[in-house]
Design a protein. Structure first.
Lengths: 497, 230
């Protein structure tokens, strides 16, 4: 028997790397435009009065969230899956024509879905539910894409050589199952074209319109069970999958503790789903649900920090790598932002804090220190690690990478500090009463006071976007400018090979 | 056990699914029926109001405006009585929002008028100096989609027994009947009759002319919806 290392096939991984970069630019660019619209309302008519309907804040806002979630993040998740999956299961995509076909079908159908989403959101076709804005035809397309990924995922697991599933695979499986469950239940809706009236007319009105199966308080409960846990299974679980693979590989260090990874995985799975109620504190959902949401949010610190501490301790004794390698910097700061964000979230979920924080920009700040600092950094780090191995070329510029790191870190810090101040300022002003017991401020006072913070946030977002463009340029040059290496690039140490 | 699970992906996946699914069952199901019941005084949306609700959703007004008054003095002072679960029984989808870049709108019908909305939607900063809300000028020319709202009324009446054409108890002891057309033509006629009442209070001549011609601009439907929030 011939004794040579496996050759992996990265065709599908490359396709998703491409959409990660492109949709990342789109989503972040729209985000920066939105930020400046809040600071300078004239930006709403940036393309003139005639196109104002399509460039104003409210029409663009779902496009921003969906482009960065379902565009950038999910492309990143799949790019890494089609890379990591093969390597830890010790099987190549090229070994199965069916799996290769499914992988490509997955990508192309996904691309069709993305196009449909962009067009429909710009036209204002939306169900209004956050991160679930798509009407039923697109929902069906998303389910198909998801099932195809699932077939590929379990297919590859089915033909694996390495019998034991590595930690990253646990998290990819959980991502698949979690999103499937959440998405299906939150998008239960009835197409209105099915209704018939007394006159026998049917198919009335827009064919794509639908109405939610849940109403009012129930709808809110299901939506935030989804909304909160889509964050769990989109922004946490698959990103943890990435860091469990890429940090040990890049640093050459073994995972610090297997037991800690077990505890964090099963703990995260169990606890996360209960915490959705913290989006509905002081709303009309029953008090016991709110309290459960609050308590489980605080408990959630344990499994979240379990993963993050496991990552940081993996670097034990090797901290000089943080100074030496920009790629390690991204991952270590990513883990740190993860710890930071998973502490901030539970604080906001405490009822008395939530009374001030809810509906304010502090929440926006929280989301962004999580996604910019943790999700974004980790996905870029993963792609930086993959590129030399996928394209068989060294990274074009390490110094560009280091510059990008510092620019983006500054961007994130400006973003969340300004949003903290904005959120707490606004929350305190809303509730302030004067000595006669009347409201101290009219609502507009609490808007105009935010202008400087909105401006700083816009600058922070712009810096992050500039860093992302540097990332895109670096990736492009890596693909095209460097000579092809004879053999696959070796990792930092024998452990990482 | 964990080592065994890691070698058996099927059972691993089943295990994960069990662990992640029962939080939802315990938190969502027990209160489901209770939370669907309307309180007295809550009536379904009329054809034009529902059309306006679609305009609200189409423009993601919920991205900046909440529709949920929390039980704090500062909120009841500013917006009126705190929200009750049953008030939302006919809200599909719910529109509580998650961010108050602008004020809450759940009871805006109590303290703003058609005239105020008309001026404000055309030029927000002209009405509220310092406002960062964009103008929504296209709503004055875009035609509202009454048919889709009517299809939604039919759907909720058929599938969820929403009481259209039936008496609904009001707070003062009277009963209110929200009419739904028996045909597309009748639904449009009902919406137009409502639109004429709104347009009578408006200044924009193009809007008035459109309604006189039998057309309903989006702004008229939106104002009907906002006025219904009480």
């Amino acid at each position: 028997m011939e004794n040579r290392p496996l050759e992996y096939d990265y065709t599908v991984a490359k396709m998703f790397m491409f959409t990660t970069v492109v949709l990342g630019i789109v989503g972040m660019l729209v985000g920066v435009i939105l930020a400046f619209q809040l600071a300078y309302p004239e930006v709403n008519t940036i393309l003139g009065e005639g196109l104002a309907e399509y460039t104003n804040f409210s029409r663009l806002r779902p496009l921003h969230t969906d482009a960065v979630i379902f565009g950038f993040t999910f492309s990143g998740i799949w790019a890494t899956w089609y890379y990591v999956g093969q390597r830890v299961l010790k099987v190549s995509m090229a070994e199965s024509a069916l799996l290769m076909f499914l992988g490509k079908l997955h990508f192309w159908l996904y691309l069709v879905g993305v196009a449909a989403v962009v067009v429909s959101l710009l036209m204002g076709i939306t169900t209004s539910k956050e991160y679930a804005e798509f009407e039923w035809p697109i929902d069906i397309a998303i389910v198909v894409v998801w099932v195809i990924w699932g077939l590929g995922l379990f297919g590859l697991i089915g033909i694996r050589r390495e019998k034991s599933l590595y930690i990253s695979i646990w998290y990819y499986i959980a991502t698949f199952l979690g999103i499937a469950m959440l998405y299906l239940f939150n998008n239960m809706e009835i197409p209105t074209m099915l209704a018939t009236n007394a006159a026998g007319e049917s198919g009335i009105g827009a064919w794509y319109h639908s109405v939610s199966m849940y109403s009012g308080t129930n709808d809110a409960l299901v939506q935030w069970w989804y909304g909160h846990n889509a964050v769990a299974f989109g922004f946490t679980v698959p990103i943890v999958a990435m860091i469990y693979y890429f940090l040990p590989k890049e640093s050459g260090q073994a995972i610090y503790s297997y037991k800690l990874s077990l505890l964090s995985f099963w703990g995260l799975m169990f606890v996360y789903l209960w915490a959705g109620g913290h989006h509905l504190l002081y709303s009309t959902v029953p008090d016991w649900m709110q309290t459960m949401g609050s308590i489980f949010s605080v408990i959630l610190i344990l499994p979240s920090w379990g993963s993050a501490i496991n990552m940081l301790l993996t670097m034990k004794g090797e901290w000089q790598q943080v100074a030496a390698s920009p790629l390690i910097k991204f991952m270590v700061l990513g883990s740190t932002f993860y710890m930071f964000s998973t502490l901030e979230g539970p604080i906001q979920a405490i009822k008395s804090v939530n009374a001030i924080a809810h509906f304010t920009d502090w929440i926006v700040g929280h989301v962004h220190d999580g996604v910019l600092g943790w999700v974004g950094f980790m996905i870029m780090a993963a792609l930086f690690h993959m590129a030399p191995r996928v394209f068989k070329r060294e990274i074009y510029s390490k110094s560009l990478m280091a510059t990008q790191f510092w620019i983006q870190t500054l961007g994130v810090v400006l973003y969340f500090t300004s949003m903290w101040i904005a959120g707490i300022t606004q929350g305190m002003m809303w509730r302030a009463h004067d000595e006669f017991g009347n409201l101290a401020y009219s609502f507009i006072d609490t808007v105009t006071v935010l202008h400087p913070y909105y401006t700083i946030r816009g600058v922070g977002g712009l810096l992050y976007l500039v860093g992302f463009l540097m990332f895109a340029y670096n990736m492009y040059k890596t693909m095209s400018a460097r000579p092809v290496e004879e053999s696959e690039l070796q990792s930092a140490s024998p452990m990482g090979a | 056990m964990f080592h065994w699970l890691e070698k058996h992906p099927f059972f691993f996946a089943v295990g994960v699914f069990l662990v992640i699914s029962f939080a939802g069952l315990i938190e969502i199901l027990p209160n489901f029926a209770q939370a669907s019941r309307p309180v007295i005084g809550t009536a379904p949306y009329s054809t034009l109001e529902l059309t306006g609700r679609h305009v609200y959703i189409k423009n993601s007004c919920n991205a900046c405006h909440s529709q949920l008054v929390r039980p704090f003095k500062s909120e009841t002072d500013r917006y009126g009585h705190y929200s009750l679960s049953g008030e939302y029984a006919y809200d599909r989808p719910f529109l509580w929002g998650s961010k108050r870049t602008g004020p809450d709108l759940w009871r805006v019908g109590n303290y703003r008028t058609t005239d105020w909305h008309e001026n404000h939607m055309k030029d927000p900063a002209g009405v509220v100096p310092g406002s960062i809300m964009p103008a929504y000028t296209w709503m004055f020319t875009n035609k509202a989609d009454v048919d889709t709202a009517y299809a939604e009324q039919l759907t909720v009446a058929q599938f969820f027994s929403v009481p259209y054409n039936k008496p609904v108890p009001m707070k003062d002891g009277s009963a209110k009947v929200v009419k739904m057309g028996n045909s597309v033509a009748e639904a449009n006629a009902l919406a137009l009759a409502e639109a004429q009442v709104i347009a009578a209070d408006m200044k924009d001549q193009n809007v008035k002319d459109a309604v006189a011609r039998g057309e309903i601009p989006e702004i008229v439907a939106l104002i009907a919806y906002l006025n219904s929030l009480k």
